[in-house]
Design a protein around this ligand. Structure first.
Ligand SMILES: [Zn+2]
Length: 339
C-alpha cells in the first residue's frame, strides 16, 4: 500500500466548497471520514480525485448509543454512572448492544459504500477516559452489572449498591492485575471480532486503529490499567496503528511525537501511521511549531502522516502551504522507495 498523506475530515455543509478546495490544494492522497458523512456524491468526487478513502468507525463512545441503550453508561469506581464531558459520551466497552450495533454499522457501511472504501479505522477502542489534556482524570471503570458478571464469570444479574461496592473493593485490592489483563483482552477481543468480520467480507480492506499517544511510563501505565489498550495485543489484530500524537493538547513538545511513535512501533510490532494536530488547542498552534511536528512525524514514519483535522487548515493558508510542501515531498519519497 502507498503511504497515506491525508486528513481526518468532518465535512461541514456550510463550508464544503472551501474544505474541498483546501483538500485538493494540499496534495493529500487519503482521507479518513466519519460514517454519517459518507454520501455517494462525496465519494464520487473523492474517487475522481484518486483519493484513498478510509472510514472512521467509533466503537465505545457516542451520544446516540447512550440514548438507545441506557445500560451502556459506564460505572466508575465510586459506583456512579459516568456522565458526558463536553462532546465526549463514553460507553461501556462490554455492552452487548453497543458491540452488536457497531458490527451492524460496519456491515451497513460495507453494503452501501464498500466499493468506494480502502479501509476502516477504529476509534474509541478503549475504556472511558478524556485523555486530550496534560493531566487526565484517571478513573477506573467499568463496574456495571454486565462487566462484573463477565469478570467474575457469574450469570448476569442486578447488583445492589452494597454488592457493587464490595465487588469494586475486591477487584481493586485483590484482583487488580487480573482485572487489567482482562480489560485489555476484552478490548483486543472485540477488535479481533471486527477483523474476523472484515476478513470474511472484504479481506482487501486495510484495518487501522486510533491509539492513545501514551507510553507505558506515562501516567503509571494508564494506557493499559485504565484504558485497556495493549498495543502488543492490538498490533496482531490490525494492519496499522495510528497514535494520536497531539503534542499541544497533551502539553508536550513536537519532539515527543518521535518518542511515542517509536515506543508504540516497538511494542506493537505493526505499521505505525501517526496522526498529528492541526487544530489550535489549547491556544493558537504557531505555523513553525506545526511545521516542526509534521517534519518529525514524517521522519519517524514510513506509512505517511494523517492530520487532525482538515477544517483548521482551511482557515489558515500558511499551514496549508506547509502541508502541501510536506505531502508533495512525502509522496516523492514514497515513489523513490518503490523503484
Ligand atoms: Zn460495563
Amino acid at each position: 500500500m502507498p503511504p497515506i498523506y491525508g486528513f481526518y475530515w468532518s465535512p461541514s455543509a456550510a463550508s464544503l466548497d472551501a474544505e474541498w478546495s483546501a483538500f485538493v490544494q494540499s496534495g493529500a492522497n487519503s482521507v479518513v471520514i466519519q460514517t454519517h458523512a459518507l454520501t455517494d456524491a462525496l465519494l464520487d468526487r473523492l474517487q475522481r480525485q484518486g483519493t484513498m478513502v478510509y472510514v472512521d468507525l467509533p466503537l465505545f463512545a457516542g451520544a446516540d448509543l447512550r440514548v438507545s441503550f441506557p445500560d451502556s453508561a459506564p460505572i466508575d469506581a465510586y459506583g456512579s454512572a459516568m456522565g458526558t464531558d463536553e462532546w465526549y459520551v463514553p460507553l461501556c466497552p462490554n455492552n452487548v448492544h453497543v458491540r452488536a450495533h457497531r458490527l451492524a454499522s460496519l456491515r451497513s457501511v460495507l453494503e452501501q459504500h464498500g466499493d468506494a472504501l480502502h479501509g476502516v479505522w477504529l476509534d474509541f477502542v478503549r475504556y472511558p477516559l478524556r485523555w486530550e489534556v496534560p493531566q487526565p482524570n484517571l478513573v477506573q471503570t467499568c463496574f456495571c452489572d454486565q462487566c462484573l458478571a463477565l469478570f467474575f464469570a457469574h450469570p448476569p444479574r442486578e447488583y445492589t449498591i452494597d454488592e457493587r461496592v464490595a465487588a469494586i473493593h475486591a477487584i481493586l485490592t485483590e484482583h487488580l492485575a487480573a482485572w487489567v489483563e482482562w480489560k485489555c483482552q476484552r478490548i483486543a477481543g472485540f477488535v479481533q471480532d471486527i477483523r474476523n468480520f472484515l476478513r470474511a467480507q472484504r479481506p482487501d480492506l486495510r484495518l487501522g486503529l486510533f491509539a492513545l499517544p501514551w507510553r507505558l511510563t506515562d501516567h503509571n501505565a494508564a494506557v493499559r490499567t485504565i484504558v485497556g489498550q495493549d498495543v502488543a495485543l492490538l498490533g496482531r489484530r490490525v494492519d496499522v496503528i495510528s497514535p494520536m500524537v497531539y503534542h499541544r493538547l497533551c502539553g508536550q513538545s513536537p519532539e515527543w511525537i518521535a518518542d511515542v511513535v517509536e515506543e508504540i512501533r516497538m511494542r506493537s510490532c505493526t505499521d505505525i501511521l501517526p496522526v498529528i494536530q492541526t487544530i489550535d488547542a489549547p491556544g493558537p498552534l504557531p505555523t513553525e511549531e506545526f511545521r516542526r511536528a509534521l517534519e518529525i512525524a514524517r521522519a519517524v514514519s514510513d506509512q505517511g502522516v494523517l492530520l487532525f483535522d482538515l477544517s483548521a487548515i482551511v482557515r489558515d493558508p500558511d499551514k496549508l502551504a506547509v502541508v502541501r510542501e510536506a505531502f508533495e515531498g512525502g509522496k516523492g519519497a514514497g515513489c523513490r522507495r518503490e523503484q
